[in-house]
Design a protein around this ligand. Sequence first.
Ligand code: NAG
Ligand code: NAG
Length: 544
Amino acid sequence: MEQTVYIVSVVFTCLALLIIPVIFITRRLSVHLSFKNILRFIKLAASQLDNEEENDEKGGTMDEEEKRRRLPKHVAIILDGNRRWAEKRGLGTSEGHQAGARRLIENAKDCFAMGINTVSLFAFSTENWARPEDEVNGLMALFEKHLRSEMAFFRSDKIKISVIGNRTKISKSLLSLITEAEEATKSYEEKHLIIAIDYSGRFDILQACKSLAEKAKNGLIQVEDIDEDVMEKELMTNCSEFPNPDLLIRTSGEQRISNFFLWQSAYTELYFPNVLWPDFGEAEYLEALTCDEGTYVVGEEETPTGLLRELMPRHVAVIMDGNRRWAERAGLLTSQGHEAGAERLLEFAELCFKLGIETVSAFAFSTENWGRHKIEVKCLMSLFQRYLKSKIQFFQSEQIRVSVIGNLEKIPESLLGTIKETEEATKSYKPKHLILAIDYSGRSDILHACKSIVKKSQQGLIREEEVDETLFERELLTKCTEFPSPDLLIRTSGEQRISNFLLWQLAYTELFFSPVLWPDFDKDKVLEALISYQRRERRFGCRI
Ligand SMILES: *[C@@H]1O[C@H](CO)[C@@H](O)[C@H](O)[C@H]1NC(C)=O
Ligand SMILES: *[C@@H]1O[C@H](CO)[C@@H](O)[C@H](O)[C@H]1NC(C)=O
């Protein structure tokens, strides 16, 4: 019954969460550099620091419009840790939730007043149905109660309410309340609260795909016309003017998306404070910032201390960021940076395989990268070609299977030939599998899968009701591996985004962000990432 308060606090506390960083900034704490990702947004939002800087530079103030323009439009929140917070204090769960809720109500107005347009909350995931029936019923009842009691607040503050997710299992009374809330607030535009109930990112993609299949069957749409815009109109976030969150916050230290927005999070800044939500105050914020995960000393032994073979991830994905900056710093050419990066990847993969990891996938070239300078693109293409050609023997002697995934439409003919040759020469090897993503985009992977399903359903090869996750995964480019969903994703050089790499596949992946530039991501750094991964599984250290 205590847990039933969960939903309430989810709704209420989320908004307060956004306020904390503002307090943080207005007090001008100086740790912002190490947290540039969140502060890039929040700092601009509060803009006190920025005003000072810009004043110095330009002798003027940033105008209101500029401030608003640079503010995140949509912030998504995965609220985590209320229950653990209460447990730690020997309190009932409900007390934990209520503490969070009180704080939120106080701050909610300020939050929207800051100019953030859309806040979305992961209130109840599709997986949550697996909880005990009592608990689920309690949660729903609680949600109902608070939706009712806050209706006046939503109205007076002109907050638009939308509920997204699968509604079929929601009780009649809750459903009618949701409809009422949505109806009563639908004309509001400036503040939008999206509550996800029985939602999952994969479910969202699947339902969009099914809907497109239906439309195609009825001749309402041609398969060729299905593009990202069409897809986005079918996703549940079509209720928002800003469907893609600029910032996603998850409290309590878990670094996962947990099947919340997937398609929508392609370019989202991710922020994972290592505190339980009710502790998300100023001092704890600072503490969270200094809880550095990258400080474990790793020995030289073959199987490093602290790493357990049985907890090894099976599939590690990597976004190799920082080659260019590395070259700049070293006074070298960009191409030399990329070459160092390519060598680093091989060392990385070898080490992973040695440790028992079976699949390594690397984001070598994104579809967006075509937009880079022509010369750099050309250099990269010829680097891939030379690299693959020169390593074929190595792959064979080490029995490493190589697959390349991506659109591959614009790839030069000669490189395409080399890719085929490499894949062919190594296709029988198992279990070491190196997947290179070249001209890859997570959204177009999903889009292609969806189009293929739409086509097959048009041809009567599959029925709509058969479309499920398994079937969908068979259409994704990662079908080439036995383990399409990475257990761990590493991104180097300090950015905290997925940048349209694997999206569907990352639903439950542990994320590890390192400030180190990719060519410097040596053995010790790899081991740090793996140790962090294993500690998360085991909930050691400063995680709570
Ligand atoms: C919504 O949930 C119901 C009940 O679990 C399920 O039968 C249905 O397939 C789901 N809807 C979609 C579009 O998946
Ligand atoms: C928005 O998406 C939902 C499904 O998620 C769909 O039922 C609805 O028709 C879409 N709305 C528009 C305007 O396309």
